[in-house]
Design a protein around this ligand. Structure first.
Ligand SMILES: [Zn+2]
Ligand SMILES: [Zn+2]
Length: 231
């Protein structure tokens, strides 16, 4: 009943299936589309989270060869389908309220217990253009759900970088060089670093490197989704 009234005042169609939006919490995405967001359950590398061939392999070849600066990447789903649509709506169409139901998904996976939650920062110029840091919004909800303290200005972005998606491997690393700085005392802390999407992992790897250098005891990563290779 309430949802019907809500639709009267905020009429909207689900951008995925074009039916009427019927769920306040996930609006404009309808409930039958939202339930299509499925947790990734396959065997994966215990550090970077990429799928591994067998459930008996606990680390992927890349993590064995060069141990990342982060301890583990947690993510809810593969970056495709409805979750991708929802993240795009939150990030580029300004539908900020989606941060809450999206962050709630992470309540379904066992996140590492940490002292503090730190969002991957946006550069000031970008923040002004977008008026909203979706990652900070997610971090706020995760902090509330887990009880870990939120630190929004401990890690800042000091360099305006090119979009990572436009670059390949080596250039991605070069692009991120000297891009982040730590400006609060984080020594000895177990950190949960939050990002919305993990693509290659280069951004969180660089953030983790900088946080460790500043004295963080451990860096765990939580993201809504991760780009996974197609089989
Ligand atoms: Zn729908
Ligand atoms: Zn790995």
């Amino acid at each position: 009943m309430f949802d019907k009234m809500f639709n009267l005042f905020f009429p909207s169609k689900c951008p995925v299936c074009e039916a009427d939006s019927d769920n306040r919490a996930t609006n404009p995405i309808c409930s039958s589309c939202w339930v299509q967001i499925k947790k990734f359950n396959g065997p994966r590398c215990q550090i970077c989270g990429l799928p591994v061939v067998s459930e008996f392999a606990s680390l992927c070849a890349a993590c064995i060869e060069e141990r990342p600066h982060f301890e583990k990447i947690h993510y809810y789903a593969s970056y495709t389908g409805v979750i991708k649509e929802a993240i795009h709506l939150m990030k580029f169409s300004g539908i900020r309220r989606l941060a809450k139901p999206l962050a709630k998904l992470l309540g379904d996976i066992q996140l590492s217990v940490c002292d503090v939650v730190i969002p991957v920062p946006l550069h000031r110029t970008k923040l002004i253009a977008r008026e909203f840091n979706q990652t900070a919004a997610l971090a706020k909800h995760i902090s509330k759900n887990t009880g870990a303290r939120l630190l929004t200005s401990a890690l800042i972005k000091t360099k305006l970088t090119q979009p990572q998606t436009s670059l390949s491997g080596v250039d991605r690393r070069k692009n991120l060089k000297k891009a982040f700085a730590v400006c609060e005392d984080i020594s000895g802390l177990k950190i949960l670093l939050v990002d919305d999407v993990i693509t290659t992992g280069a951004t969180v790897a660089e953030c983790a490197r900088v946080l460790k250098k500043a004295g963080a005891a451990e860096v765990h990563v939580a993201a809504l989704a991760r780009s996974l290779p197609k089989h």
